[in-house]
Design a protein around this ligand. Structure first.
Ligand SMILES: Nc1ncnc2c1ncn2[C@@H]1O[C@H](COP(=O)(O)OP(=O)(O)OP(=O)(O)O)[C@@H](O)[C@H]1O
Length: 307
């Protein structure tokens, strides 16, 4: 059985003169957490709205669990839970009452699901407290509980950590990881800050100006952002041996373009240069490299906001 949950091909959406999505090709596979990252106006919400059926594309195809006709898509969307933009909650009701309203509105028969969902998001003990007195983080968690009421296989969340303080971000991060690990829920979560989803997602999709600019795994992201000394020399084999021996390190990697990356001695560039020079190696490049997550993201999206 295919593990692809969502697939889009050349998906395009235009609003008057704005191309919100420009030929998006995307694949979401079962069991992973995808971070969907882009600056304000990049097209994140537009894509999530198309997937959840809140809006329709101008051209291109979209399939869910391999089904792509309009009627099939509507059926498959029942397997999705979503929270797009601010969760629709009644401020004068409690968490339980809010979920009960949603349960009835959506025709979900199982009453016990409310306690289960409150428990999942850590809001079981909120008792008579009205939602108007909830913190932003609690509201977001209640919104996620509402999205989980029908026990979806695929959860779509639009900027759930936007505006949260660091503790609130950690709460959502832990919740998403638990939903993924313990219940096998596949998650697509958007943010305009790569760092916010860095410890949550295992796959990252970067979008800018309506176009997907990069897809990479957490491992690839770490690799690209890890601080290192980049060394270029004609005799890479000898250089690797010399560095390993004289610096007493195994933190070395030979890249496909012939550059050596040294993940050690980052504060002692001079020592590294001296070791190479003592071994009579001709060095053509020796630089401290590696981006912060933010720098990496900005280097990809051109460092400008589209607001
Ligand atoms: N209903 C609409 N009418 C006109 N233009 C729209 C509409 N919705 C979105 N847009 C435009 O489409 C582009 C993509 O917007 P979208 O909301 O998808 O971006 P986003 O990445 O979700 O950003 P944000 O984080 O600010 O919501 C923007 O230029 C936006 O102004």
């Amino acid at each position: 059985m295919s593990s692809v949950i969502l697939e889009t091909q050349a998906l395009t959406k235009t609003y008057k003169r704005t191309i919100a999505l420009d030929h998006i090709d995307l694949k979401i596979e079962k069991g992973k957490i995808y971070g969907f990252i882009g600056q304000n106006g990049a097209g994140k919400t537009t894509l999530l709205r198309l997937v959840t059926g809140l809006s329709f594309p101008d051209s291109g195809t979209l399939s869910l669990w391999g089904k792509s006709s309009d009627s099939q898509l509507q059926e498959q969307r029942k397997r999705i839970g979503c929270m797009i933009e601010t969760p629709a909650l009644f401020p004068s009701l409690t968490a339980r009452q809010n979920l009960e309203v949603q349960r009835i509105q959506r025709g979900i028969p199982d009453k016990a699901i409310i306690e289960h969902c409150l428990n999942l998001v850590g809001l079981k003990e909120t008792g008579k407290k009205r939602v108007r007195n909830f913190s932003l983080g609690m509201r977001q968690r209640l919104g996620i509980a509402a999205a989980l009421l029908h026990m979806p296989e695929f959860l779509i969340l639009d900027e759930p950590v936007n505006g949260l303080d660091p503790a609130g971000i950690v709460e959502i991060r832990n919740l998403l990881k638990a939903l993924n690990k313990e219940y096998g829920i596949t998650i697509l979560v958007s943010s305009h800050i790569l760092e916010e989803l860095y410890q949550t997602a295992s796959e990252f999709i970067l979008i800018d100006n309506g176009k997907i600019i990069e897809e990479l795994s957490d491992r690839e992201l770490n690799e690209r952002c890890r601080r290192h000394i980049a060394i270029r020399t004609k005799d890479t084999e000898k250089a690797l041996l010399v560095l390993e021996d004289r610096l007493d390190t195994e933190q070395l990697q030979l890249m496909p373009d012939g550059t050596i990356r040294l993940y050690d001695c980052l504060d002692d560039l001079e020592k590294v240069a001296a070791v190479l020079s003592d071994a009579h190696l001709l060095v053509t490049g020796l630089t401290l490299s590696g981006d912060t997550l933010e720098d990496y993201f900005l280097s990809k999206v051109g460092g400008k906001s589209h607001d």
